[in-house]
Design a protein around this ligand. Structure first.
Ligand code: HEM
Length: 462
């Protein structure tokens, strides 16, 4: 006779891996309120492939084996649609139906090809200087000697960075207004009740009979105002380089003005809604400040200014241990054989970044923050997946780590930070990413200039 546990864990007849049998409404609550511990419990009970039924009972198969992730990321995109709408039902109304993140083939690849050049090659060095400059000005306004949360400060930096990449120079008042409106929009959608409704019912729960329009419209208006003004001045960034906006405007010039407005709105809101970079930066400091010996090693490297080896390892390790986006999703167009199961068409398959990054067989002592692991061995394509994978891999997978490196360097050069509370922070869920629940609370003091600073500031001969 089978035990209750065996009955619970039994694979069901449709070829899906096992998973909790509790009603999907309860699974939705578990997912909405404590997704990370919910996934951890499922993994320890059912193993590396398990099925959740979160939205109206529709199955999601979560996977933590890199071989399975490889299968998902390398299957033809026509057979593996982006599950962005399912990955986070909020994304539909927020980003808009024509956002590159929500399109499927063939339109997705056309859009992606248009965006990618803006995030690669010669642009990167120019972005790097701009990122450090934005960080320096932001840090100059930080309070000294009293606790404050770093996360919102990192949001301010990443918003300005992305605005400058997209629009070029932006007027101070407009930047401030857009920041206020984006903050209002994200706090509205991140309300715990809305997240629970979203997980259980889907996007309709926030778009009908609610205040969504009231917080979304002002953001759209401001973005389109900026687009129109820029169209008049030719979209120049002010230094001869084409901005992302100018490039998009050129790409959509042939479409009707209504269609082009829609497209611009969706692509720009997608980029402006970048939550993960700020969240990841908040985690870098939350972790580093609890590991003074790692912080000291990093500071020494940064102040010497000759290498970025340890800095890169710190960024890679933070994205491993505290991935801002814990799962990526695809919807199957055809059945898929995975780990001995035949997963039916229509199912969502979801490489689970969070759980894979915590597998002890891939990362020994996985819960330890140990950047050194990435000095010993480079991150693997299918074992380190904070940016997802395949043809949907984040377009900013080089841009965001560059931003993180420039911001960390600037912070370490300008101020000394210590945690406001020695205890580690937990994880707070938002609709866009997973951040430290105290907002990375720190106390800053001005850093006394060192000999290395003086040397760095010497003019270079020749
Ligand atoms: C640390 C920071 C970031 C993280 C961890 C991150 C993570 C991700 C993840 C997990 C995906 C989905 C990948 C998949 O489905 O396989 C994604 C897609 C995307 N991200 Fe990021 N992201 C970050 C920063 C950014 C920034 C700064 C931008 C733009 C300015 C950006 C723009 C996009 C776009 C446009 C896509 C859709 C790509 C496509 O569908 O082809 N991301 N990102």
């Amino acid at each position: 006779m089978s035990s209750p546990n065996e009955t619970l864990a039994r694979s069901d007849e449709r070829g899906l891996p096992p998973g909790p049998r509790m009603p999907s409404s309860l699974q939705a609550i578990g997912w909405a309120l404590r997704p990370l511990s919910f996934m951890e419990r499922c993994e320890s009970r059912y193993g590396e492939l398990f099925t959740l039924r979160v939205r109206r009972g529709r199955p999601w198969v979560l996977l933590t084996n890199p071989e399975h992730a490889k299968e998902v990321f390398t299957t033809a995109p026509e057979l593996m649609r982006s599950g962005a709408r399912e990955a986070n039902p909020l994304l539909g109304p927020l980003l808009g139906p024509t956002s590159v993140m929500l399109l499927d083939e063939p339109h997705h690849m056309d859009d992606r090809k248009r965006l990618l050049p803006s995030f690669h090659g010669t642009r990167m060095q120019e972005y790097g200087e701009m990122m450090a400059d934005v960080a320096r000005r932001e840090i100059a306004g930080w309070p000294l000697g009293e606790p404050f949360a770093l996360w919102p400060r990192m949001q301010a930096i990443s918003l300005e960075v992305v605005m400058r990449a997209v629009f070029g120079e932006v007027k101070g008042e407009r930047l401030e207004l857009l920041r206020e409106r984006l903050v209002r929009l994200t706090s509205w959608v991140n309300h715990p009740n809305r997240l629970a409704m979203l997980a259980a019912i889907g996007p309709r729960s926030i778009t009908t009979g609610s205040g969504f329009e009231k917080v979304m419209k002002p953001v759209e208006e401001l973005v389109l105002e900026e687009v129109r003004e820029r169209a008049l001045d030719g979209g120049d960034s002010g230094n001869g380089q084409q901005t992302i906006l100018a490039m998009l405007a050129h790409a959509y010039a042939d479409t009707g003005s209504q269609e082009s407005d829609r497209k611009m709105r969706d692509e720009l809101v997608t980029m402006l809604s970048d939550g993960p970079t700020a969240t990841s930066l908040a985690w870098v400091f939350e972790r580093l400040l609890r590991h003074p010996e790692k912080l000291a090693r990093l500071r020494e490297e940064v102040l010497e200014g000759e290498s970025e080896e340890y800095l890169s390892a710190v960024v890679t390790e933070t994205l491993r241990l505290c991935p801002a986006v814990p799962v990526v999703m695809r919807r199957l167009v055809e059945p898929l054989r995975l780990g001995g199961y035949t997963i039916p068409a229509g199912t969502i398959v979801a490489p689970c970044v969070y759980l894979m990054h915590r597998r002890g067989d891939i990362y020994p002592r996985p819960l330890e923050f140990r950047p050194e692991r990435f000095l010993e061995e480079a991150a693997g394509t299918y074992t380190w997946i904070p940016f997802g994978g395949g043809v949907r891999r984040c377009v900013a997978a080089s841009f965001a780590p560059l931003e993180m490196r420039r911001v960390i360097q600037t912070v370490l050069r300008e101020v000394e930070l210590r945690p406001a509370d020695a205890r580690s922070e937990g994880v707070a869920r938002s609709s866009v990413s997973f951040a430290p629940d105290g907002g990375a609370l720190v106390i800053a003091t001005r850093r006394a200039p060192s000999e290395a600073d003086a040397e760095r500031r010497q003019p270079v001969a020749g």
